[in-house]
Design a protein around this ligand. Structure first.
Ligand code: ZN
Length: 387
């Protein structure tokens, strides 16, 4: 493995994925993948010596068995026609309102997991960064679909990196707790899992408290950062610097696997956080400055504009490409006052929570930092000393 900046950043696309539809009224719209691809293309972010684009056309055989049970895989296969429903499927969470049966549900899931696996292999082949926008399905359990997720592409990609001897840290900044990834590595120190999310007191999947820190040999290697509704970029960046970056500094990963959902943004219809893409990108810049090797996956995001702009900015950052200041284009971005900021018309207006509510949110963030410093960081430090 060479690493180094000579290898390109890899955008893993699958032109087939954007055409699938969960159900007419479902908030998760795979069209987002096509839109992000086109926005990146329109801004010349998919060409040049630093970038390569891979198109994944077929799913890899046997891939799902790496994480899922045979019974679950069979049920998902039977659901692929999009019409037949049986008790066994329902038992596995397939056929609910949140995880409907749709035509190609198996194909979609297997293809998106293949794209994440391809991304992990490109990292192993020496690419610094790889991005699969149609990945990050962090709620898929071994035998159960949940929270719009059918197949856990993340665990499959992480296992590929682990098998090659890499030290992996998982950083999940989606609004929802990364429950199934936490569960997969809860009892092992091999993967440091970190999830920053809206508290389970107000949002699905209703868990992810700071007290869930791992079990047995894995104790200390699971870090949850549950934020209160209304938390904005300021609050996010405090916990990101003082918990996420600090945990990583102690753990010293070779590679970061990131679930970079955009449903934390103030304009997301399903959640109650108030981030903007400014805080989001700032966090990713911080991460990337210390950890050049990043496997980036998509995730949630139910406002199409947030997804398109957030992930275009994300890709530009990962690939080290400049977005032209004040690019006019015909894409209808929201224009900021300051056109000197690169890619400024993709940037959100700043949104800040103020007054006593902000004080309360900051105090609660500081409490999380204190808890991390006292309860978790010493455990990771001690574990590292043994290695
Ligand atoms: Zn989410």
């Amino acid at each position: 493995m060479t690493g180094g900046s000579k290898e390109p950043a890899v955008f893993v696309n699958s032109s087939r994925l954007g055409a699938f539809r969960f159900s007419p009224e479902h908030p998760f719209n795979p069209e987002r993948v096509t839109r992000v691809f086109h926005m990146c293309e329109a801004r010349s972010l998919l060409s040049g010596p630093r970038v390569s684009v891979v198109d994944v056309e077929t799913a890899e055989d046997g891939l799902l068995a790496r994480f899922h049970t045979p019974e679950y895989i069979e049920a998902l296969k039977r659901a692929n026609g999009g019409t037949e429903i049986d008790v066994e499927m329902l038992h596995h969470g397939i056929g609910s309102a949140e995880n409907p049966i749709f035509k190609g549900v198996y194909d979609f899931s297997a293809l998106s997991a293949t794209a994440s696996l391809v991304a992990s292999r490109r990292i192993l082949a020496g690419a610094d960064t790889a991005f699969n926008p149609c990945g990050g399905f962090h709620h898929a359990h071994p035998d159960r679909a949940s929270g719009f997720c059918y197949v856990n592409d993340i665990a499959i990609a992480i296992d590929e990196l682990l098998a090659a001897g890499m030290r992996v840290a998982y950083v999940d900044i989606d609004a929802h707790h990364g429950d199934a990834v936490q569960e997969a590595y809860y009892e092992t120190p091999a993967v440091l899992t970190i999830s920053v999310h809206e508290t389970g007191k107000t949002l699905f999947p209703w868990g992810g408290s700071e007290q869930e820190i791992g079990l047995g040999a894995g104790k200390g290697y699971n870090v949850n950062v549950p934020l209160e509704p209304g938390a904005d970029d300021d609050v996010f960046l405090v916990v990101f610097r003082e918990i996420v970056m600090e945990a990583l500094r102690v753990f010293r990963p070779d590679v970061i696997v990131g679930q970079f959902g955009t449903d934390t943004f103030a304009t997301d219809p399903l959640t109650h956080l108030r981030f903007t893409n400014n805080g989001y990108i700032q966090a990713i810049e911080l991460l990337h400055a210390s950890y050049p090797r990043i496997l980036a996956l998509g995730g949630g995001g139910y406002n199409m504009r947030d997804v398109e702009q957030g992930w275009t900015l994300l890709w530009a950052e990962l690939a080290g490409l400049e977005l032209e200041p004040g690019y006019g284009g015909s894409l209808g971005g929201v224009f900021l006052m300051d056109s000197s900021i690169p890619g400024s018309n993709l940037r959100d207006m700043h949104v800040y929570t103020t007054g006593p509510e902000k004080d309360r949110l900051m105090a609660s963030a500081r409490e999380l930092v204190r808890n991390f410093e006292i309860e978790i960081e010493p455990l990771i430090r001690r574990g590292q000393a043994k290695n």
